[in-house]
Design a protein around this ligand. Structure first.
Ligand SMILES: *Cc1c(COP(=O)(O)O)cnc(C)c1O
Length: 386
């Protein structure tokens, strides 16, 4: 299916709603039946009928179909956060006493689940450096049921060879889950590389406008159906029709936004790399990236999110730089229209800052939809101020 077809037409049935170009928001909690027998059939299988919007909803279904098609997956579920998608995917595939192998430092709330919640049920997690496939081989135990991946991650963009991990996991009957938030399905399709479940925070590029929190979980229809009937229905964190509609709107411009951000990002990287106050730029498609070959093999693009290491003796220099920015905002998240920055030092106390620790001098920059010159001028005046 062409991406343009998926984004502009697929799963839309305009004749059902007055040939309106934009789909309606079916903002309802429940659906009526003509007969008791119809209701009985709905109770028997809630994944085939509209009964109650914690389960299926037509606006959400339109979005689900488009997102599954983009991922190259048989089916998908949309949650009201990326964190909920992670929670459901993992919970559906572990049992008491089980074991997970995860890449080092996955997304904060994935790690929190592995470190705080799952140990209460005797589920343990082994963290590994996912750059080397042999680390997976060594970490797998007889009771390992999940391998958790994030490629690239969203701070230093470390990758895993998704195809190789999928082959290894299949030999051991282990479910692979990959966080694909960084690339979006436009730039990487883990399902086609053999990964079982792929998730992304739709809060980021899919929404694209910093106005919705949402998450997508795609996979085979058997797995997704099972998750619908248990974790999805029970956690009750499915996306609302209105938020689903905002994501449908975001999808229309996804390729255009990513294209523009890609061009701007490359120019911003060029500027940063030449700057005397910048020690290093980390970006998965940069010539100096340590896993560039793998990045080129499994990703067709990268954009927006990059990390640079500032030359600084004191934490105050980094703070002054950030505080001096006039247009680039100090904020979490990314993927919207607006450029953002987070310095690593915001996560530690000033007294714990060590200039010799390269990580403490990292800043994560998200390049939004602004003009290149506008952003570079902002960065330049901030550098001159610190
Ligand atoms: C933001 C993010 C998440 C979580 O998504 P929410 O929508 O905030 O719950 C998960 N993984 C990555 C890589 C993210 O950037």
């Amino acid at each position: 299916m062409d991406t343009s077809y998926i984004l502009n037409e697929f799963a839309e049935e305009r004749e059902l709603y007055f040939n309106a170009i934009a789909p309606p928001i079916i903002q309802t909690s429940n659906f009526a039946f003509s007969t008791v027998d119809e209701m009985r059939n709905a109770f028997a299988d809630e994944y085939s009928t509209y009964l109650y919007s914690r389960g299926l909803n037509p606006t959400v279904d339109m979005l689900r179909k488009k997102l599954a098609a983009l991922d190259g997956a048989e089916d998908c579920l949309v949650f009201n956060s990326g964190a909920a998608a992670i929670f459901a995917a993992v919970l559906a595939n572990v049992k008491s006493g089980g074991h997970i192998v995860s890449v080092y430092r996955p997304y904060t709330w994935a790690q929190r689940m592995f470190d705080v919640i799952l140990p209460r049920f005797n589920v343990t997690t082994t963290y590994i450096d996912g750059r080397d496939i042999s680390n997976f081989r060594e970490a797998v135990r007889p009771h390992t049921s999940v391998i958790y991946l994030e490629s690239p991650n969203s701070w230093d963009y470390k990758l895993q060879d998704l195809e190789a991990v999928a082959v290894l996991a299949k030999q051991h009957h282990i479910i692979t889950i990959c966080d694909n938030s960084y690339c979006t399905p436009l730039y990487q399709k883990p399902i086609t590389l053999g990964i079982d479940l792929v998730l992304q925070s739709a809060t980021k590029y899919i929404s694209g406008h910093s106005d919705t929190v949402a998450g997508v979980l795609s996979g085979g229809s058997e797995m997704i159906t099972r998750i619908f009937h248990s974790e999805y229905m029970n956690i009750g964190s499915g996306i609302s029709p209105f938020s689903a509609w905002l994501l449908l709107r975001g999808l229309r411009t996804l390729p255009a936004r990513l294209d523009r951000i890609t061009v701007t990002t490359m120019k911003v990287i060029k500027y940063l790399q030449k700057h005397p106050r910048v020690e290093k730029v980390i970006f998965p498609l940069n010539e100096n990236f340590e896993q560039l070959k793998l990045a080129k093999k499994q990703m067709t693009g990268a954009c927006g999110l990059l990390t640079f290491v500032m030359k600084a003796q004191a934490v105050e220099e980094i703070e002054k730089f950030c505080n001096s920015l006039r247009h680039i905002l100090i904020a979490v998240s990314w993927g919207g229209y607006e450029s953002l920055i987070i310095p690593k030092c915001s996560g530690i106390t000033r007294s714990n800052f060590r200039a010799e620790n390269i990580e403490h001098r990292m800043l994560r920059l998200y390049v939004g939809l602004e003009d290149t010159e506008y952003l570079i001028e902002d960065l330049e005046q901030a550098f001159q101020n610190c």
